[in-house]
Structure formats: C-alpha cells, structure tokens
Write a protein that binds this ligand. Structure first.
Ligand code: FRU
Length: 495
C-alpha cells in the first residue's frame, strides 16, 4: 500500500535521525526529524495524543519536494517522531504535498486534507504549479490517499480565482456534524482571499463563498488560513506574503495577520472588526491551531522567517523548528497568547529576586542558561526619574549575545540577534510598540537551545526569534540607562 517514494523517505529519515545528537536539537520545540521543516500541518488531537505533521523535505536541509513529516506528543513539549505520513507519489501531487489539516471522522479514522501540487508547462518556457485539495485517510500512522482525489480543483472555483494559488485547507466540524474548510487563494486583483467550502461527510466538497478578501490591504497572497470561534468572537489567522510595513504593526516580507470579528453561521458571513500581527518578532509564520479536549485553543507556528532561512547553514543536518505551543484567548479585542501551562511542569531550579534597583550593567546569581523560563517585571518606583533604556542580554559570552531592549519613552521593545554569531546580512532585529506606562513592563522569556520567545504583558504581544549561538554562551545580564526597579524569577526547563 505504501508507495516506493514514501518507503524510501521513511527508511532515509530513520537512518539519518540517528546521526543527530539530542543536544544538537531544541529541547522542547519540535524540529525536523532530518532535513527541512516548514509549516505545521494537520495539528490535531487523535487517539489520545496530539499529532503534528509538517512540511518536510527529508533529504536536504533546504526546501524541496514536500512530504508530510509526523510527530506525536502527550503534552505538546515532548515529541516522538513517527514515520513520514505523505510523499509526493501520485499524479495529482507529484510535485509536492503542501500544507493542510486533519480531523477525526465519526468512524474513528483520521482524515487529512492537503494541497496537491503539479507543475504545468505554460508555453513560452513558463512553468506554474497547479494546486488542488486532496484527502488521505489513516489510523494515526499510515495514510491512504483517497481514490477520488483531488476533491477540490479548478472546477470548484468561481471565476477569477487562481488555480495556481489555491492552497492550505484548514478543516473543522460544525455542531450539526457537517464539515467546513477555509483555503487560501489569489483573486484577479493579485492579492489574497480566503475561500470557504463545505461538505456533508468530509469527502465531498462544495464551494460556499469567499469568506474574506484582502483587497491588497495586508500583503498579497494569503497562505495558511485558520478560522475558529474564541471567547465570543471569531478569529481568522492567515500568513500574508509580500507585506509592506505599517508602522510597527506589520513588517516587510512574509507576515502574520489576525483578524477578529463576528461570524453569522446562518449566512456564513464574516465581519472583520480588528486586525493585528500574530507575532511581532523575526521568526514566526503559518501558525495552525487545535482545539484541545479541555477546550483550550492551542496554536503552533513555524518558528522561522522565509527571508532569513540562510541564518543556518544548509550543511546542518536539520532545519526548521516549531514555536512553543501557545494558549489563545481574546481580550479587549486582541489576541492573547500564553505558553501552554504544561511548560510549568518542566520548571526547576527557581531563582527569584525582588525589588532590585540598579543602574548600569548587572548580572544576578544563578540567572543564566539556555533552556529557561524567566519573568522580568520592571516597576520603577515613585519619584524615580524615568529610565532611558532597559536591556536584557542572553545567550551571552565575551563575544556573543542576543538582546531584548526597551525604551519606555517611545514604548518600543526590540529583539536583536545581530551579535548571535550570524554571518549573514539578513534581518536581525525587530521592533514592536508595546503597552507601558511610567516604564512598567512585564516580560516572560522562553529560551530553548536555538530560540527566544518573549511574551509581553501576559501575552498581549509575542516576539519570537531563532539564534544559533553556541550553547556555552549561556550568560544573562541586565542593563539600564538611568535607574529602574525590577523583579526577576527564573526557572531552568528540563524534560
Ligand atoms: C507557507 C507555504 C504554504 C505551502 C507550503 C509549501 O509557508 O508556502 O502556502 O503550502 O508553504 O511548503
């Protein structure tokens, strides 16, 4: 049943994984089993475990013909690899099994929907990729592609919708037992739109309507949509390509977009009310969510920027990591994110300091490490003159560091990995406007071997960045221009 292409990939990944030492990988972030990883796919809870599939090119640490890698976890932090689930081995997906999603069918089978890609010659030497939506059904390890694939193609698209940019289906089941999916698409205006399809059984799909149109407001093509209800609102997540910056809210390049609004389920009408970035750091794209059995909406993104993939050499045995799973909520018409609470069980070796008032640079006894969970509260005292700048430097030795700095007068928080050991002329810094009055700020930093994720003001904003500084650089120091009062609580994180 398994094709030769998939068998080869499975054999290859099993042998290659053994060549990678545990310490060469992130500790609690999922990374490519071997070779290349991009978007999270098929994030679902199935047969008592979380399943995460991912865009995968096992044979090289750079993008190539897409397979689906596969891993499972009980706590979303310790991941166990399973054999690759999909390979590009059919006439309708021979050039790649692109992103998609997963649901559980009423009979207990696991249903995957993904984008099948086929290169088509357009005459005058132009090659374009035709994209259709395809299904595979399985038991949590082995998946069989559906004999009627593709289930959505050009014949299902209304006029003006591109068959070349039609990808990344995200399915869910409605309360009445029927199914829906949202798919990214490009209309005639060259920007993005999200199409809504529905299905009585998960196999037979029909176009319902255009859920929302970009109209060239937020970048161009919209990739990897997700759509769900949360805290009385409806949330649309998508990752726009070719963004132009807008103040400090959106950055150039591939970005992330969260639209919060209302959804009339009778007419399938989405009314957007608020927009924001999902992550304000350097490395975050194509997030996908799952509804956990306990009702939490949990999101994981690809912790990487497409434009900065050369931060890591393609000679390395793996490339690509997922973000920490984040619990989502909507408060004050904003998307809030918190590291999943399971992370707290990994905490050990607590070190706490309270009301440290300092000027210049200090380090604190026991505050160091590359796998840590650290909370910093800045709370300048009455009568203290507002400081100019605060910074925390980590992954630090005599030569290297990555920094998070805050200028209270401008209310700008900046992550900067310029001195992290990178030898490439790529984006190393990102700035974000944050909420702060009188220099008060709450930060929570999650460090794993090759990344930092900063949760600002209890998850009002998040900034993520990867860095590949050698692991011996594990010092942490604090700096202030002026004077500030600060609390620090730091834990090591151990599996
Ligand atoms: C987003 C993306 C998706 C596509 C996949 C291909 O990062 O471009 O739109 O399905 O990656 O690997």
């Amino acid at each position: 049943m398994t094709s030769q292409t998939l068998r080869e990939a499975r054999k290859y990944e099993e042998a290659s994984e053994k060549l990678i030492q545990e310490e060469e990988r992130p500790n609690f972030h999922l990374s490519a089993r071997t070779g290349w990883m991009n978007d999270p796919n098929g994030f679902s809870y199935y047969k008592g475990k979380y399943h995460m599939f991912y865009q995968y090119h096992p044979y090289e640490s750079k993008w190539g013909p897409m397979h689906w890698g596969h891993a499972v976890s009980e706590d979303l932090l310790y991941w166990e690899y399973l054999p690759a689930a999909l390979a590009p081995d059919e006439f309708y997906d021979r050039d790649g099994c692109f992103s998609g999603s997963a649901i559980t069918l009423p009979d207990g089978r696991h249903l995957l929907m993904y984008t099948g890609v086929v290169k088509e010659h357009q005459g005058d030497d132009m090659i374009r990729e035709v994209q259709t939506q395809c299904l595979a059904v399985g038991d949590g390890v082995d998946y069989k592609k559906y004999e009627k694939n593709p289930v959505l193609g050009v014949k299902n698209l209304p006029e003006g919708c591109s068959r070349f940019d039609f990808r990344d289906p995200k399915m869910w089941q409605k309360e009445d037992g029927t199914y829906c999916c949202v798919v990214g698409n490009r209309p005639a205006d060259g920007s993005g739109q999200i199409l809504l399809f529905n299905s009585p059984d998960g196999f037979q799909w029909n176009f319902r309507k255009i859920l929302i149109s970009n109209r060239n407001r937020f970048g161009k093509m919209w990739e990897c949509p997700d759509f769900f209800q949360l805290d009385g609102k409806w949330v649309l997540l998508t990752s726009p390509q070719d963004m132009l910056p807008q103040g400090f809210e959106y950055h150039n390049g591939n970005g992330t977009l969260c639209l919060i609004g209302a959804f009339d389920e009778k007419t399938d009408t989405f009314t957007e009310e608020y927009d924001q970035s999902i992550d304000y750091g350097i490395d975050f794209y194509a997030p996908q969510t799952v509804l956990a059995p306990d009702g939490r909406r949990i999101m994981i993104g690809w912790m990487q920027n497409w434009d900065a993939c050369n931060l890591r050499s393609p000679e390395e045995p793996w490339f690509g990591q997922m973000s920490i799973p984040r619990e989502l909520s909507v408060k004050n018409n904003r998307l809030y994110q918190r590291p999943i609470r399971e992370l707290e069980e990994m905490r050990c070796k607590k070190v706490a300091f309270q009301n440290i008032t300092f000027t210049g640079t200090i380090s604190l006894d026991g505050v160091k490490g590359r796998m840590i969970d650290m909370e910093i509260r800045l709370h300048p005292e009455e009568g203290q003159e507002l400081y100019q700048k605060f910074a925390v430097r980590f992954a630090q030795d005599e030569q290297y560091y990555t920094a998070l700095s805050f200028r209270p007068r401008e209310s700008i928080l900046k992550v900067d990995r310029k001195f992290s050991g990178s030898r490439r002329a790529i984006i190393h810094q990102r700035r974000s406007l944050v909420n702060s009055s009188n220099g008060e700020l709450k930060l929570r930093l999650i460090l794993d071997r090759f990344s930092v994720e900063v949760f600002v003001n209890d998850g009002e904003q998040v900034m993520s960045a990867t860095m590949y500084t050698h692991q011996e650089a594990d010092e942490i120091s604090f700096f202030v221009d002026g004077s500030v009062c600060m609390d620090v609580i730091k834990y090591d994180l151990m599996q």
